[in-house]
Design a protein around this ligand. Structure first.
Ligand code: PHE
Length: 339
C-alpha cells in the first residue's frame, strides 16, 4: 500500500497540463470509477480495522491532493482563456475621459470676470431677434447694407425675424427694461451670412459692454478699455483707438492692442502692423438713447463689442477659426490645463 501511495503522490505532484481534455482524462485515470486512486479506496474497504487506521489518513491526503491539482489546473486554464481573448482582469481600470472648457468659453469667462470686478452686471438676449432690436433701434437707416440678405440670416419669409448679427441688440433690451445708471456686459453668439474661412465664420461670439449715466465721456471709455486690455493681455499692454463708423455710436472707434513685431508669426497675426484689432466701440448715439426712452440731454454713455474668437485665437495661438467649431476631441483636450 505504501509503495502505491508514494508512487501516486509522485504522479500527482508532477502532473501538469494546459489542455482541458488532458486534465479531464487524467482525472478519470486517477479518480474515475476505475481510477487508480479509486482502486486503492476499494482495497481500503476490505482492510482490517487496524490497517484502516494506518492507511486512512495518507490515502485521503492523496485523494485531496489529486483533487486540488485538477482544480488549480482548471483555474489556470480559465485565466489563460481570458488572456487570449484580450481580457486581463488584473489590469487597472481606464479612467473616464473628463471634459474640458471650450477655449471660447475660457476667454469669455475671463473677460466677463474682468468687467464684473469693476461693477458691470451680466445680461443676455435672444439669438433670434426682430428688426427693431437688431437694427432699427440701433439707428441703422432703412437702406443700410448690413440689413442686406448677404450679411443677415433671416428667419422665415418676412424679413423681420433674423439671427442677431451682433450683441448690440442686447443693449436695446437692457435700455428698454432698466433706467440709468446702466453698467452691463452681454456675452453671446452672433451670426453673419459670410463665407467661412480660416479667419471668419458664419457664427462667432461677442461681448457687448454698455455704460449709461450722467456725464459719461469718451475718456471714461478709453480708461475702461485700457484697464481691460492690461488686465487681460498684461500690465504693460498698449492700446490705440482708430476712428471708425457704427450707426449706433458717435464718435466711433476700433481698438487695437499692441502685439509686437518680433518674429514672423507676429507679422502674420497683425498683418505686419504689430497691432491687433480686438473690439469696436464708441459713445452711444443720442438717437439710440431717444429710441429707447432715455433723455439724451441728461444722460450719455459708451458701448463696446469685443470679438471673443479673435482674442481666443491669439491667446492660444490657434491658426484657424474653424478648429474652434469642429469639436474634435484631439483639439479640445489640449485646453484641459489652460486655466
Ligand atoms: N456691434 C458692433 C459689431 O458687431 C461692435 C460695437 C459694439 C461697436 C458696440 C460699437 C459699440 O461690430
Amino acid at each position: 500500500m505504501k509503495e502505491q501511495i508514494d508512487l501516486l503522490s509522485q504522479e500527482v505532484f508532477s502532473f501538469s497540463s494546459n489542455k482541458e481534455e488532458e486534465i479531464e482524462s487524467w482525472r478519470v485515470k486517477m479518480l474515475g470509477k476505475k481510477g487508480t486512486i479509486t482502486a486503492l479506496f476499494n482495497q481500503f474497504r476490505e482492510m482490517s480495522p487496524d490497517l484502516k487506521r494506518e492507511w486512512g489518513k495518507p490515502l485521503n491526503a492523496l485523494k485531496v491532493a489529486a483533487q486540488e491539482k485538477i482544480n488549480s489546473l482548471k483555474i489556470n486554464l480559465e485565466s489563460n482563456d481570458s488572456a487570449a481573448s484580450g481580457l486581463d482582469l488584473s489590469r487597472p481600470a481606464n479612467f473616464s475621459n473628463l471634459g474640458s472648457r471650450h477655449p471660447v468659453n475660457l476667454v469669455k469667462n475671463e473677460i466677463v470676470g474682468i468687467f464684473k470686478r469693476i461693477g458691470f452686471n451680466l445680461s443676455e438676449g435672444p439669438e433670434v431677434e426682430d428688426d427693431w432690436h437688431n437694427f432699427s433701434a440701433l439707428n441703422f437707416p432703412e437702406e443700410h447694407p448690413a440689413r442686406d440678405m448677404q450679411d443677415t440670416f433671416f428667419v422665415g419669409k418676412e424679413p423681420d425675424w433674423a439671427l442677431r448679427t451682433h450683441t448690440s441688440s442686447v443693449q436695446v433690451r437692457v435700455m428698454e427694461n432698466q433706467k440709468p445708471p446702466i453698467r452691463t456686459i452681454s456675452p453671446g453668439r452672433v451670426f453673419r451670412n459670410e463665407a467661412i474661412s480660416a479667419r471668419s465664420h458664419c457664427f462667432f461670439h461677442q461681448i457687448e459692454g454698455l455704460y449709461i449715466d450722467e456725464g459719461v465721456s469718451f475718456a471714461d471709455l478709453k480708461q475702461t478699455l485700457l484697464f481691460f486690455a492690461q488686465e487681460f493681455f498684461g500690465p504693460d499692454t498698449k492700446i490705440r483707438l482708430r476712428p471708425s463708423y457704427f450707426p449706433f455710436t458717435e464718435p466711433s472707434a476700433e481698438m487695437d492692442v499692441y502685439w509686437g513685431l518680433n518674429n514672423e508669426r507676429d507679422y502674420r497675426m497683425t498683418k505686419g502692423t504689430g497691432w491687433l484689432e480686438v473690439l469696436g466701440c464708441g459713445m452711444v448715439d443720442p438717437n439710440v438713447l431717444e429710441n429707447n426712452g432715455i433723455d439724451s440731454t441728461k444722460y450719455s454713455g459708451y458701448a463696446f463689442g469685443i470679438g471673443v474668437e479673435r482674442i481666443a485665437l491669439h491667446r492660444f495661438q490657434i491658426p484657424d477659426i474653424r478648429l474652434l467649431f469642429e469639436n474634435d476631441l484631439n483639439f479640445l483636450d489640449q485646453f484641459k490645463a489652460a486655466y
